[in-house]
Design a protein around this ligand. Structure first.
Ligand SMILES: Cc1cc2nc3c(=O)[nH]c(=O)nc-3n(C[C@H](O)[C@H](O)[C@H](O)COP(=O)(O)O)c2cc1C
Length: 405
């Protein structure tokens, strides 16, 4: 075993394999049996695919329609390049980030991802313990597989609660009050899925999965994969315990901007809107009292816009005019991606799939390693470009080439 390992290590480092990064990755991945051995977040992607049943992998990995937006979320970053500055004393760096009076160790946010027990038995609790260990912000999904109270306990401090609006305000109020009572300080209301989405690729993965889904979770179609967002709500989800879910929609097609005021009237939590992509909506969000914005296209899982979220940040910044903080998520896989978002004016960047890959492969340790890898890459980008703190990452830190490479 150890000789096989040494051989793989030798091969991975061999100049013979230079120019064959994919082959090197395949070899090296045979060698990863501890989270700390992963070299970048993509190592965890391969491990997660191996670890998960096809239906669960499909639920996580896929987008909508022809997956153009999913791809655009990655490709969008190639439009921007870094502008390094030299002879700056970067021997001490400040990477901490403040949001609504709370300080976090870095500007990396764990985005809400539903049904995390489908990826690892520890689910959201594993993510919470990792967020605690690393000092990062976690946002918990309405579709969480553990109740908000348990997750806050595992985090050992406040988290944010992601809200699906439902189509019944009394129910929405119950969700919000429960989140607030448990100690959540902010609710992030997701607005990018008013009524359903087209999940053809995910459904193909489900068809390829020969297991009987009903043996693990009660609703083989709607519960785990939630393909009918905008449709039904599963009563088995902890946040819907004790709520009559008969005929209840998780989202609603009829909501308008006045929803924000209604929401603010029933909670003291800050209200952040998740799923905005335009200058116009950014300005309307501020006008209607939003406390923050998450620029997001749901990880390419909502509308097939063909636009990467990083490409939306500049116009959202223009609409906001510095009045409220902006977070952006979608396709963040490298420290340099985060650097570009901050340069464009975001306060923080969110990750979804990368920490779920880590969770799938190694539970809490995997999530911790994903955060460490991205922190380290961001640190190196800051060192290399002469930015001593997040504040020193400004529009002058990048070039917008105007088109994707
Ligand atoms: C499997 C999965 C489940 C998700 N569930 C939710 C959810 O319940 N609520 C929500 O607002 N966003 C949800 N999202 C979107 C994420 O919060 C985030 O916007 C997205 O994953 C960021 O893109 P990335 O995966 O490329 O990092 C989900 C994303 C994935 C991949």
């Amino acid at each position: 075993m150890s000789s096989r390992r040494s051989f793989l290590k030798f091969l991975a480092g061999s100049p013979l394999l230079a120019g064959m990064p994919i082959a090197v990755r395949a070899l090296a991945q045979g060698d990863i049996d501890k989270a700390v051995d992963a070299l970048d977040v993509f190592d965890f992607e391969v491990l997660a695919k191996k670890a998960l049943p096809p239906a669960h992998w499909g639920y996580m990995a896929t987008g909508v329609d022809g997956e153009e937006t999913l791809k655009a979320n990655r490709e969008g970053f190639t439009r921007y390049q870094l502008r390094p500055r030299r002879f700056v004393d970067v021997s001490r760096l400040e990477m901490s980030m403040e949001l609504f009076g709370a300080r976090y160790n870095s500007p990396i946010v764990l985005c809400p991802v539903g049904s995390q027990k489908a990826f690892h038995p520890d689910g959201e609790l594993g993510a919470a313990r990792a967020a605690q260990a690393k000092g990062n912000l976690q946002i918990l999904s309405t579709q969480t597989s553990y109740g908000v109270e348990e997750v806050i306990k595992a985090r050992g401090g406040p988290i944010w609660y992601q809200l699906y609006t439902t189509d019944n305000f009394e129910t929405t109020t119950k969700l919000v009050k429960r989140a607030e009572a448990s100690g959540c300080t902010v609710t992030a209301v997701t607005v990018d899925l008013p009524a359903g989405r087209n999940t053809a690729t995910m459904q193909r993965f489900q068809r390829a999965d020969t297991r009987a889904c009903g043996t693990c979770h009660s609703d083989a179609t709607g519960n785990l994969a939630n393909p009918r967002v905008g449709g039904g709500v599963s009563a088995s989800k902890p946040m819907f315990a004790g709520i009559n879910t008969q005929g209840l929609g998780l989202t609603s097609p009829s909501l308008t901007w006045d929803f924000i005021k209604r929401l603010k009237d029933v909670t003291k939590m800050k209200v952040v809107i998740k799923g905005l992509e335009t200058r116009e909506d950014a300005a309307l969000a501020v006008e209607h009292g939003a406390d923050g914005i998450i620029v997001s296209n749901h990880g390419g899982r909502a509308t097939e816009t063909g636009r990467g979220t990083i490409e939306c940040v500049a116009e959202v910044v223009q609409g906001v005019r510095g009045r409220i903080p902006i977070i952006v998520d979608g396709g963040f896989r490298r420290g340099t991606d985060i650097y570009k978002a901050l340069a464009l004016g975001a306060t923080a960047a969110g990750i979804g799939r990368p920490y779920i890959w880590g969770l799938s492969a190694f539970g809490q340790q995997g999530v911790e390693r994903v955060i460490d890898i991205l922190n380290n890459e961001l640190r190196l980008a800051m060192v290399g470009c002469g930015a001593r703190s997040l504040k020193e990452i400004t529009p002058a830190s990048i070039v917008d080439t105007g088109r994707r490479a």
